[in-house]
Design a protein around this ligand. Structure first.
Ligand code: MN
Length: 242
């Protein structure tokens, strides 16, 4: 059995179009999973069906979360928000946690996970470290330091790696039950996980755009956890362009 991996996406209000970067799709496929895109729906029954139907989830990157979610006024540095996407993804997180389904929460996804568990966010980071790199997406920029007793360490086999960085928000108050497993040198939270869960991992960077073996393992472990066994894509070697 292959694992069906539901991937959240963004909505362009100007184009009336749901959209997600292709690198998420390719990363899941390379890892032996079957990617499906989950548009933000408004009905509870549809969210429930997504949760039931998919074996694992990726909450993808995107715009900012609405600070009203934790009772704060918008800061002048706040970027574009989409309350409808927020509501949908928060419901999706509640659902998948209840059903103990695995999830990989990427960039905005990590922030959604944190807010879903009662945490909040820094609306606009002030730091000496650049978290909005201008280098290409596949190019690692700043360093992170990884907690040794963690799922992330078991996947990357290193207590320090370089990651790419395309965010200006970050975790402030940590969500209930989450454990911080990586920081950048300026103290910004770069990874969290939920101990005791099947596989709940949040990363503040974009592993789907990196090309190293460790980044690939994040996706293969998600797919394996979703399938309940090891998975391999026999055609993966031919799939070089992404
Ligand atoms: Mn960063």
């Amino acid at each position: 059995m292959t694992a069906l991996i539901g991937i959240s996406c963004s909505y362009s209000h100007s184009r009336h179009t749901f959209q997600v970067r292709s690198s998420y799709i390719r990363a899941v496929e390379r890892a032996g999973g079957v990617p499906v895109i989950l548009p933000a729906v408004r009905s509870d029954y549809a969210v429930e069906r997504y949760v039931e139907y998919c074996d694992g989830f990726i909450l993808s990157g995107g715009g900012d979360l609405d600070p009203l979610l934790w009772g704060e006024e918008p800061h002048p540095g706040l970027g574009e928000v989409d309350p409808e996407r927020d509501q949908f993804e928060l419901a999706l997180v509640q659902g998948l946690l209840q059903k103990n389904k695995p999830g990989l929460f990427i960039c905005r996804g990590l922030q959604v996970l944190n807010v879903a568990l009662g945490g909040d966010l820094i609306q606009d980071i002030v730091s000496d470290i650049l978290h909005r790199q201008t280098a290409p997406r596949y190019s690692p920029s700043h360093e992170i330091q990884i907690e040794k007793e963690s799922l992330l360490y078991s996947l990357l086999n290193n207590d320090s790696v370089r990651v790419n960085s395309f965010h200006h928000q970050a975790i402030r108050k940590l969500g209930n039950g989450l454990k911080i497993t990586a920081y950048s040198r300026d103290g910004i939270v770069e990874a969290v996980e939920l101990p005791g869960s099947s596989f709940i991992l949040g990363v503040q960077w974009h592993p789907e755009d990196l090309r190293d073996e460790g980044s690939f393992r994040l996706f293969s472990r998600l797919v394996e956890s979703a399938a309940g066994h090891e998975c391999q894509n026999p055609e993966a070697a031919a799939d070089v362009e992404y």
